[in-house]
Design a protein around this ligand. Sequence first.
Ligand code: ADP
Ligand code: MG
Length: 416
Amino acid sequence: MALIVQKYGGTSVGTTDRIKNVARRVAKWHNAGHQVVVVVSAMSGETNRLIALAKEIQKNPDPRELDVIASTGEQVTIGLLAMALQNIGLKAKSYTGPQVRVLTDDAFTKARIKEIDGDRIKKDLDEGKVVIVAENGNITTLGRGGSDTSAVALAAALKADECLIFTDVDGIYTTDPRVVSNARKLSVVAFEEILEMASLGSKVLQIRSVEFAGKYHIPTRVLSSLTDPDIPLDEEQNSGTLITFEDDPKMEKVVVSGIAFSRNEAKITLPHVPDTPGIAYKILGHVAEANIEVDMIVQNAAKNGLTDFSFTVSRNDLDKTLQVLKDNVLPYLGEEGILTDASIAKISCVGIGMRSHAGVAAKMFRVLAEENINIKMISTSEIRTSIIVDEKYMELAVRALHKAFGLDKETGAMEG
Ligand code: ADP
Ligand code: MG
């Protein structure tokens, strides 16, 4: 007998028929003797509908009240799933986040889980019940897509044997299979790689869920919720993609394991600022103080003591960043104005094999040059190389890179 936490995302519970399928799948695991805790999202489209309602009242909705509204979406799903399980003869009990005391800090939409009280859940499980938990904790929804995080955090708190993330694709691919049709499913992915991919925009897993999986070493698997719910358990147990925490020697041979991309980027340039020591701090210090995360930074070579200073932030933070600059930075740096570009995208090649191989950046440049795509910014770290391009070339660039790094082939090794 194992304790399994299963998570089903919005598409997987998007209709009552799908909810019935989830119930059958859960019943299969339960009837095989496992204890099952299920975390569910709102039915797909529901959260957007609720947020749109909020925006009809307030253009920039109050974060606390927005969470109050958005968290009703998951409440509907947990109730429906509990009923579907009861219909097929299982004992089931649903809990909203606050009821199982998933405590988070109060940074609302970017909240982190601080504490989970698992006693009530343990008691229900011992009584043979399936426990269903809404993704929101306390009164906080952990940001959009927080259900991955809730599931892994619950798995950690309950010392679960496994966390299964059921979704609308059958695993983690070399890149988003909806953008590159011959993307390849990975049977295993290194924890560091999926951590990078998640933080670089791949939406298959929420970054904090990967952080939790790594922090507590939770065996976590991504697999399909759309297969026949009655497929044999042992087949399902080995399907999808497993996140591994050990270095698999086989994986080292691959230089680039995956490509992540994100449209959620914006570039800000302060032209002709004085090229004096501390200038970056003068600009970015205020931005950091406002809790805005800066990603890439470029300071051009100075000419006549002046330089252009550019950096990128998440597109959601663009307005806030501009306000901070107008209030705190422009008064000191003169009135050259601020240039913004919100139609950029970031593409990142990720792979632990990059630790021992140089040349990924050079190859990326060559591939994009051949496609006539201009690279606007570059940044690298130990296991990734990221570039900024015009948003309109993003998909073309991803496909070209995916092919050039051989990711569509079983042994995606780099040739020259
Ligand atoms: P859920 O509602 O189940 O949480 P999401 O839409 O959040 O599902 O995540 C699943 C989606 O992630 C897939 O439909 C796919 O388009 C996208 N995706 C992005 N990158 C990848 C990748 N590397 N592998 C698999 N899916 C990916
Ligand atoms: Mg998701």
